[in-house]
Design a protein around this ligand. Structure first.
Ligand SMILES: [Zn+2]
Length: 302
């Protein structure tokens, strides 16, 4: 993802190569952004009629849009810990160990690695080309045991290039985790309920669960685990996707406000329906975030 590349207008669907026809209105929709800066700007979304991938088709300057990205203000609070414990449980289930070399690729300010270190995973590293202080790619001699690409693919213009890079960084036999929002069942003609999932202009591509599997399994890997539900979805109070979605809706879908603890606390206290979703939101998901865990195959000696 270079700066120049991000400004190129997409010609075709990166998943199925169908040509993007922005003159046919049935596949086009508009949605506003969900940050203070972009809340009054409308962005064009195209839904691939063939594979149902959603694409943000207005070119953007990545360095510019990430220069004041509100989600980089997130803290390792009780809510974050609740969802991270779910993510770590998924990794432990496939055998990830405390001694493993772990790379969080597209880490933002490194919150998950901070959490991993608190849990004793001391060889954990963060990398994010658009986050100050994390732009330098960590090196692990012989490759990483684990690469995590969580909530990242949807931010990328060229998903194949990013997945290739993930596999280059991974050692043979190592595991790659990829989790990303799902494009189904978004109705392109009614995008208002999807503002959080579409997260404009930051989300560039949203796959279906099926496409995620197809894209990743195209590499020389074996599938170790797969999930349909978001790692945000736990039974712990407050740690579920629906609650986040409803809270953001109550805040007018402005993530800058969502980063302010006094505003979110007041909004929560004034909206009794949020209390319901804080406790029971797991059972009423408003969107899914599929994930796959794959193991890089060991090449046969020649
Ligand atoms: Zn397509």
């Amino acid at each position: 993802m270079s700066k120049t590349e991000s400004k190129v207008k997409l010609e075709s669907c990166p998943v199925c190569q169908s040509k993007i026809d922005d003159s046919s209105p049935e596949n086009l929709g508009k949605v506003r952004g969900n940050t203070e800066r972009f809340k009054n700007t409308e962005f064009n979304i195209w839904k691939c009629p063939n594979c149902r991938t959603l694409l943000a088709i207005d070119p953007v300057d990545f360095d510019d849009i990430y220069s004041d990205y509100p989600l980089n203000e997130r803290k390792l609070d009780a809510f974050a810990k609740g969802t991270f414990s779910n993510l770590l449980a998924r990794l432990k289930k496939v055998g990830v160990k405390k001694t493993d070399y772990i790379l969080d690729y597209g880490s933002g300010r490194g919150l998950f690695v901070e959490y991993l270190k608190q849990k004793g995973y001391m060889n954990s590293f963060s990398y994010d080309p658009y986050c100050l202080g994390f732009k330098e790619l960590p090196i692990s001699q012989g490759g990483f045991d684990v690469v995590i690409n969580n909530d990242v693919l949807e931010h990328c213009e060229d998903i194949h290039k990013v997945i290739n890079h993930n596999f280059e960084l991974l050692k043979e036999g190592g595991v790659l985790y990829i989790g990303t929002p799902e494009s189904d069942p978004v109705n392109i003609k009614n995008l208002e309920p999807e503002i959080m999932r579409l997260h404009q202009p930051f989300h560039r591509i949203i796959l279906t669960e099926k496409s995620l599997h197809e894209v990743v399994l195209n590499y020389n890997v074996s599938l170790v685990a797969s999930y349909k539900r978001s790692y945000h979805d736990t039974l712990r109070p407050f740690s579920n996707y629906r609650f986040l979605d409803e809270l953001n809706k109550a805040l007018g879908h402005n993530l800058d406000l969502a980063m302010d603890e006094s505003i979110t606390t007041r909004t929560f206290l004034l909206n009794p329906q949020l209390w319901f979703f804080a406790i029971f939101g797991y059972f009423f998901p408003s969107a899914y975030e599929p994930a796959v865990i794959v193991r890089k195959s060991i090449s046969k000696p020649t």
